[in-house]
Design a protein around this ligand. Structure first.
Ligand SMILES: [Zn+2]
Length: 138
């Protein structure tokens, strides 16, 4: 894997959001300190703590988040930003969205069935919309 590909892979792990503060990053501003959405590759488990250079230990982070974090644990650093997890990748978000929509459709259909077939249809549509709205944005 060349360097550029590696950078992209890491960036898309969180759909381009800082894994610590969830701010949007700019793929093309990788390593460009001072640029909008500039970011670094962050070792979730610091090398000083035995972390590796494997992709599963690497996440995109703002340069400031990366520097502030230092060898702090990821959960601690995220906690400072009132976050508990890394932002989801696009694929993961799509999956959750589908699950929510299906869940909403089922719930809506059940609610609607009390009011007959037309109600089931209307309920399903409303339920689906609720599912959509409850989908995580990042
Ligand atoms: Zn950040």
């Amino acid at each position: 894997m060349d360097k550029q590909e590696r950078i992209k892979k890491i960036y898309y792990k969180t759909d381009g959001y800082c894994h610590i503060c969830h701010k949007k990053l700019s793929l093309s501003n990788y390593g460009k300190r001072g640029a909008k959405g500039a970011w670094h590759i962050e070792h979730s488990k610091a090398k000083a703590n035995g972390g590796t250079d494997h992709l599963n230990n690497l996440y995109p982070a703002c340069i400031s988040c990366n520097e502030e974090k230092g060898i702090m644990h990821t959960q601690t650093a995220r906690g400072y930003n009132r976050q508990t997890r890394a932002p989801y990748s696009k694929a993961k978000k799509q999956k959750l969205k589908n699950q929510n929509t299906i869940g909403g459709l089922v719930a809506g259909a059940i609610t609607g069935s009390i009011f007959g077939p037309v109600g089931a249809l209307v309920g399903g549509v409303i339920g689906g919309a609720i599912g959509e709205n409850n989908s995580p944005k990042k």
